[in-house]
Design a protein around this ligand. Structure first.
Ligand code: NAI
Length: 332
């Protein structure tokens, strides 16, 4: 298959080239994100390989169909950036990488929590400046604290177990509870009101869009720590900013942001940010933001490359596509 690879990042090239050539595929790397304007770059290829920064809306998918693209291969687990109804309408199957290392994301979530609580980001900068005072750096013991996990699938389960290891009491909310997990399933209301730390591990869909809004914040305890390594739009960012301004939120650890497209994965250090909401969010001393890197471990990236190329090989060999995403599960 001839693969048009969009939103290429440097770390991906060697790995994907290796797996693609081992499986006798040809691969062309484009730095551009895929959208309706850039879709023409895929002309002459059979398949597009996309990341979360690519926009596969109806217009883009129509363009892809016109240039005879036969497969959309996502190198991500999430697929909220794909209009699955349009893909189905234009008869282009969509495959994804459903699991590659839940530990990568769960451990990054724990890292955000630890950094925020023990103020490692501030301590690092202070000591670098030869300021060895510890005033203002006090944290709290995680042991004995209540952690609320929303979404206990692969990543949420891994995170809940890590928190168990710290000696936390773990509350959870998920419409499909996992009875084997050592957590107490409760209503969202109870989770909001009793958790010192709340972590989001559920998918983004029309029902979960802005789940964490002004009303949700009003039900949470003062000084709650909010962690989001799920998807940015699970949180209403304006409501988050207000909650930070009123000290409702003790700290926020964010690996995702609802308007991250066009910003994350780019070096904008010499540019003026045009997004005033993001700019405001970055001013809070108790907010740590990372650029959608929770998945970014050697193990996860290797698994992503291998599964992505396997998905493409299976399609070429007319095999069943176990990792196909169907439109009826749109926004799962
Ligand atoms: P998963 O499919 O294994 O688990 C999702 C869980 O959320 C399921 O148990 C499901 O029942 C539950 N859920 C669905 N609707 C819910 C609701 N309204 N309230 C509470 N729970 C609900 O998915 P996995 O692999 O654990 O990933 C979770 C999310 O993490 C993905 O949807 C993706 O958005 C995000 N993610 C982020 C990455 C990053 O690098 N920051 C990397 C990979 C995934």
């Amino acid at each position: 298959m001839k693969i048009a690879f969009f939103s290429t990042q440097i770390f991906e090239k060697d790995l994907f080239f290796k797996y693609a050539t081992q499986n006798k595929h040809e691969i062309t790397f484009f730095e551009y994100a895929l959208n309706a304007k850039t879709a023409q770059l895929a002309q002459g290829h059979d398949c597009v390989c996309c990341f979360v920064s690519d926009l596969l809306d109806e217009e883009t998918i129509k363009e892809l169909q016109q240039i005879k693209i036969r497969l959309i291969s996502l190198r991500s687990a999430g697929f909220n950036h794909v209009n699955l109804d349009a893909a189905s309408q234009f008869h282009i199957p969509v495959v994804r990488v459903p699991a590659y290392s839940p530990y990568s994301v769960a451990e990054h979530t724990a890292a955000l929590l630890m950094c925020l609580n023990r103020k490692i980001h501030k301590a690092y900068a202070r000591v670098k400046e030869q300021n060895f005072k510890i005033d203002g750096l006090m944290g709290f013991d995680l042991h004995g604290k209540t952690v609320g996990v929303i979404g206990t699938g692969k990543i949420g389960s891994a995170f809940a177990k890590i928190m168990n290891g710290f000696g936390c009491r773990v509350l959870a909310y998920d419409p499909q509870p996992n009875s084997e997990l050592p957590v107490e399933y409760v209503t969202l209301e109870k989770l909001y009101s009793q958790s010192k730390i709340i972590s989001l591990h559920l998918p983004l869909n029309p029902e979960t869009h802005h789940l964490i809004n002004e009303e949700a914040f009003s039900k949470m305890m003062d000084g709650v720590f909010l962690l989001n390594t799920g998807r940015g739009a699970l949180i209403d960012t304006i409501a988050l900013i207000n909650a930070l301004k009123t000290n409702k939120i003790g700290a926020a650890g964010l690996d995702v942001y609802e308007e991250e497209e066009g910003v994350f994965f780019k070096d904008l250090s010499n540019k003026i940010l045009s997004d005033d909401v993001l700019t405001r969010l970055l001013t809070f001393p108790n907010v740590i933001m990372t650029s959608h890197q929770a998945f970014f471990t050697e193990e996860a990236v290797n698994n992503i490359a291998q599964t992505t190329i396997d998905n493409i090989t299976q399609f070429e060999s007319f095999n069943k596509l176990p990792n196909q995403v169907l439109s009826k599960t749109h926004y799962k």
